[in-house]
Design a protein around this ligand. Structure first.
Ligand code: SAH
Ligand code: SF4
Ligand code: F3S
Length: 480
């Protein structure tokens, strides 16, 4: 196994240049094949998991394009399939494994098809071993910190090399300067830091993403500047815990933090919104809130995961705050920014959660008056401390609680959304609605989904929308 400390570093520009050299070599191979068949080669990137994975997939796609592939969403016509996996809950892993299983027949039809699996799931040893043996038609695996080496890995395989297993089991690094192919020109993910040091006892992320490491502010600001110059209207800053930004960089100590970065991004000229996620409540400082309240471009939305309302459970989760600390922070935020939309993550069925603990969660979410929550049923993750707790909750108890949690929150969300009827928001349009082709869809600055009709295609533009009706999960409006 690779030395984790040695890998937790900034990848040198020489190493990145080496990968560009591999990209050129693969491009020669794909160009030859394309000429033989009289059609381009296609690459399909399948993504599971969070925004960080979405952002990683845009780099995988960027490298594929650089290597001569055209991108497709249709796996059936692909010559290269990359499956970027998530490990946060069992369901996410099973989905990725199931789709990998389905690709067996594609490989039988097309012997030249290359299949690679990457991301968080294959940053775990037991999953790597499993895939190696049970899915022999998978050409290679590479963990999260090996992403920048895709060109090398692919080149070796295309040149007749053996199946490759490049896992690192949670090492981490920072690779700048890779090509990127973004899904949309008008909104973009920008990672500001990678990894996590928090080790919440239920969570696999620190094990598969390595320790916290921040990108240099110059690299981030350059990326944002270029995006905005090219017409990007929404920048979402990503990190497992953005409030830890800069803590690992010696020169930034006590001088430059996430609030400073937000200010610098806000100063970049252009018409764009700044979003960010995720913030850990233990680190969301008053300084950050005070700063946010003054920034014109910062979206009035704060995602602040509570996880549980019970102090006993929070302690066992290693979250390092109490429900009272949390509510105090929220009250301060609302005092400074009365219109801010607040969303949260809640887990039900954490080991040892009693009926009283769960009722505490219901009490706190009512008091927090969230705009929306993402609720999850606890999923046991191999290798995490909570997986060893002997008081796991039976599935039927958890699902009954999960239902009650949703019912409680749905009522709150409906009530909150109904207060927005009659108000006008500047909505960034995301294109035609998936559920109704006569409607366009977008998000308010507070990140609420809005559907509205439009005679012209306003995808990627800011549109003023007056809200005419509200449901639990969406608002409806008209252009004004
Ligand atoms: N770094 C972010 C989010 C990480 S994962 C944060 O700390 O908020 C996103 C969400 O998945 C978490 O907030 C948590 O609610 C949920 N989650 C993580 N591990 C889980 C598990 N083992 N079972 C169920 N939900 C989990
Ligand atoms: Fe997981 Fe906790 Fe880190 Fe979020 S803060 S990624 S929940 S360990
Ligand atoms: Fe999943 Fe990895 Fe994100 S485990 S939630 S894709 S960091």
């Amino acid at each position: 196994m690779a030395d984790k400390r040695a890998l937790a570093e900034r990848i040198s520009s020489e190493e990145i240049e080496k990968q560009y050299e591999y990209m050129r070599r693969v491009r020669d191979i794909t160009a030859k094949k394309a000429a033989e068949r009289g059609a381009p080669l296609y690459a399909c990137v399948k993504t599971y998991g969070c925004q960080q994975n979405e952002a990683d997939s845009e780099r995988l796609a960027g490298m594929a394009v650089e290597m001569g592939y055209s991108l497709t969403d249709d796996d059936k016509c692909a010559d290269l399939i990359l499956i970027n996996t998530c490990a946060v809950r069992e369901h996410a892993e099973l989905k990725a494994l199931s789709i990998t299983g389905q690709f067996k027949h594609l490989k039988e039809k097309n012997k030249e098809l290359v299949i690679g699996i990457c991301g968080c799931m294959v940053s775990q040893e037991h999953r790597c071993d499993d895939i190696k043996h049970r899915y022999p038609y998978v050409d290679f695996l590479f963990g999260t910190s090996m992403l920048y080496r895709l060109p090398e890995i692919l080149c070796k395989r295309l040149s007749g090399g053996r199946r490759g297993f490049y896992s690192d089991y949670g090492a981490g690094n920072i690779a700048e300067g890779l090509p990127v192919s973004r899904k949309a020109p008008y909104k973009a993910w920008v990672s500001v830091m990678y990894g996590c040091n928090n080790f919440c006892t239920y969570c696999i992320v620190p094990y598969v993403r390595g320790r916290e490491r921040s990108r240099l502010k110059e690299d981030i600001l350059k990326e944002v500047r270029e995006l905005v110059q090219n017409g990007c209207h929404e920048i979402t800053l990503l990190g497992q815990n953005v409030n830890s930004y800069g803590l690992d960089i010696e020169e930034y100590k006590e001088k430059y933090d996430f609030a400073s970065l937000l200010c610098d991004i806000n100063d970049i000229e252009g018409d764009f919104l700044i979003r960010f996620m995720t913030s850990h409540p233990k680190d969301a400082s008053k300084r950050l809130i005070d700063t946010l309240a003054t920034l014109k471009k910062a979206a009035p939305h704060f995602h602040l995961p509570l996880q549980s309302g019970s102090d006993r459970v929070l302690k066992r989760m290693n979250r390092r705050y109490t429900s009272a600390d949390y509510l105090k922070l929220l009250a301060y935020m609302r005092e400074k920014m009365p219109d801010i939309c607040v969303t949260s993550d809640i887990i039900t069925g954490f080991p040892g959660e009693t009926e009283e603990d769960f009722e505490e969660t219901l009490r706190v979410i009512k008091e927090a008056n969230y705009d929306m929550i993402y609720s999850f049923i606890y999923s046991k993750r191999k290798g995490t401390p909570a997986a060893e707790y002997d008081d796991q909750i039976p599935a039927d108890v958890t699902s009954a609680r999960f239902r009650r949690l949703l019912d409680t929150q749905n009522e709150i969300a409906k009530e909150k959304n109904s207060l927005l009827v009659g108000k006008t928001f500047r909505v960034l349009c995301d294109g035609v609605s998936k559920s109704d082709e006569n409607m366009y869809t977008g998000r308010t600055p507070g990140a609420k989904l809005v559907h509205f009709p439009s005679d012209t295609d306003v995808t990627g533009e800011f549109v003023s929308v007056k809200i005419t009706s509200a449901e639990t999960f969406a608002l409806f409006g008209e252009k004004v």
